[in-house]
Design a protein around this ligand. Structure first.
Ligand code: SF4
Length: 264
């Protein structure tokens, strides 16, 4: 008898309009992530085991099917688990579009999904300038995260190479693509850094429909206690950063708790 595949599962949002702009989606959160970004807002999903049968998650998707046109796999890091493949197959068999939120650390799995046409849109983090391993390592929690049983075992250079490869895969497969940076005052996302990321995208991504989104990080929800007291970046400040990115890219948006998503 074939063993039933399990998924380390964190939860479902049955109907979300926030996880894929323009679509009503059911969002499935995977537990576990290879990174420990100090600003992580989903840190309750980073560790522990919430193993459930794949059929349970398929049932969650099926229940939402009458109300949604898409499924979003988020986390944690959905590409960390092989279960994402059969779940994407299942979603496609129901006629749903598939979106994947990823930190870009699993280019091979991203490529498999793209080649087998099991994904329609990638949402990929660019956490810091890709030519700055020191900063990327800091933002991804490399060697910084304390008190956890898991440590980030990829070097910053390896993380950057994986992110660039994942972006290249998404770009060359002609899928919809959103790249996103979370901005936290005095931590990551100053003018120089945003300018450097936007310039990199402009130079390396051929898909002119690519959207770059600056997300307002909420320091008080951070994994790392030391960041929780940082003052949140105001919408106007994020908008100014968006205008800098707009100097390099056609499609730039900001996402804030005040106004939701706005085109810059
Ligand atoms: S913010 Fe970082 S640690 Fe948190 S889920 Fe995303 S990649 Fe993982």
């Amino acid at each position: 008898m074939v063993a039933l595949m399990k998924i380390n599962y964190a939860g479902t949002v049955p109907l979300s309009t926030l996880d894929w702009t323009g679509k009503a989606a059911v969002t499935i959160f995977f537990r576990g992530c290879p990174l420990r970004c100090p600003y992580c807002q989903n840190h309750p999903y980073l560790e522990g085991a919430g193993l459930v049968e794949l059929d349970f998650v398929k049932e969650q998707i099926k229940i939402s099917k009458p109300f949604v046109s898409a499924v979003v796999f988020s986390g944690g890091e959905p590409l960390m688990q092989g279960a994402v493949i059969p779940l994407a197959e299942f979603a496609k068999s129901l006629g749903l579009a598939v979106g994947i939120h990823t930190n870009g650390c699993y280019p091979e799995r991203a490529a498999e999904l793209a080649e087998r046409k099991l994904v329609d849109k990638f949402f990929i983090d660019i956490k810091a300038p890709l030519d700055d391993p020191e900063l990327y390592g800091k933002v991804a929690g490399w060697k910084e995260y304390k008190g956890a049983s898991i440590v980030v075992n990829k070097t910053p250079e390896e993380i950057i190479a994986a992110v660039a490869k994942t972006i290249e895969t998404a770009d060359t497969s002609g899928l919809e693509l959103e790249l996103r940076t979370t901005v936290i005052r005095d931590f990551v996302g100053n003018e120089k850094e945003i300018s450097s990321i936007a310039a990199w995208i402009s130079e390396h991504v051929k898909n002119r429909e690519v959207t770059y989104v600056l997300q307002q990080g909420i320091p008080e929800h951070s994994l790392e206690e030391g960041l929780r007291k940082n003052r949140v970046l105001e919408r106007e400040e994020l908008l100014e950063l968006g205008k800098i990115a707009k100097g390099f890219l056609e499609k730039v948006r900001i996402r804030t708790k005040e106004e939701g998503e706005e085109i810059v």
